[in-house]
Design a protein around this ligand. Structure first.
Ligand code: ZN
Length: 303
């Protein structure tokens, strides 16, 4: 079986919708725990307008508190050139730009039209490269828009083709609001791949309608080698009403490892972090494996 790389997005996508400000040291602890469990690429912060997303206002402080490392890639999410400049002034290794597949969502999320978002994402990729860093682009709302409904797959393909011209290190398809189903994932991955050449694809799912893990498996079977997830299934989007958490890292790794797909992650440590995060957030989180436990259980529990 082909291995899968998991990109942990809990410290950014997971936390950005939390109404209570999470202390900087807790974010840093979450990132360090992720690295301890084997995560080698993760979203650490988002360099967006702090008035619009107050939870991410401490992006620079989070970055300053992280260990210097060559084995782990820190991703900073940026929506415009100003954000890119902020991120590039920190130890972020990779910029994550966002192009949005619907005009209404693009306007609400980042004050851009769909077309602007593609142009700006390309400029962000060039800016990162000029500074010796890498950059990838996520096509957000690729499977549906909270305001406009269905998104034409042809539009996503056109966007992917335009983005590929800037040669980002990766292009991601994101089901930002959790509406996709597996057949749609298979079809869109296949269609997008015809225009992206050898640029690797990544997939990003939310579990709003409980199809997230099924979609992740469909993406894997369609040839995707990198999946996003967040500890505990934390997450949401401040600009997408009713969108809920990312697919949970613990649940995804359980699914993959029991299916013989390696991720390089230690599930017991992931579960421990899921339990720790539940304590930190002070409420039950959507992930199920951290509640039910690993299987088979340790021998001492089976007697
Ligand atoms: Zn997301």
């Amino acid at each position: 079986m082909r291995p899968v790389e998991i990109v942990e997005v809990g410290a950014r996508d997971g936390l950005q919708n939390e109404p209570e400000l999470v202390p900087t040291h807790t974010k840093i602890a979450l990132i360090n725990r992720a690295i301890g469990a084997g995560i080698r690429r993760l979203e650490t912060a988002s360099f967006v307008n702090p008035h619009r997303v107050p939870q991410m206002a401490d992006a620079e402080a989070v970055m300053a508190g992280l260990p210097e490392t060559k084995d782990v890639i820190y991703i900073g999410l940026v929506l415009n050139e100003r954000g890119a400049e902020r991120a590039l002034a920190t130890k972020v290794h990779q910029l994550g730009a966002v192009a949005v597949a619907s005009d209404t969502f693009a306007m609400r999320n980042q004050g851009q039209t769909c077309e602007d978002s593609v142009r700006i994402a390309k400029a962000i990729v060039s800016k990162a490269k000029a500074k010796g860093r890498s950059a990838q682009v996520t096509i957000s709302a690729a499977f549906g828009c909270p305001f406009e409904g269905e998104v034409d797959p042809a539009r996503v393909v056109t966007m992917a083709k335009a983005l590929a011209e800037a040669a980002p290190c990766e292009i991601a398809l994101a089901d930002t609001i959790g509406v996709a189903v597996p057949s749609q994932v298979t079809a869109l991955v296949q269609a997008v791949r015809t225009v992206t050449g050898d640029i690797p694809l990544r997939a990003h799912f939310h579990n709003t309608r409980n199809t997230g893990l099924a979609n992740a498996w469909a993406a894997y079977e369609a040839g995707i080698a990198t999946l996003d997830s967040s500890f505990g299934g934390l997450g949401g989007c401040p600009f997408a009403p009713k969108a809920t958490g990312n697919i949970p890292t613990e649940d995804l790794v359980y699914l993959l490892s029991r299916s013989g797909v390696t991720t390089g992650l230690d599930l017991d440590q992931l579960i421990e972090t899921g339990v720790w995060l539940t304590d930190m957030m002070g409420r039950a989180l959507p992930a199920m494996v951290s509640r039910a436990g690993n299987f088979p259980p340790p021998l001492s529990l089976t007697a």
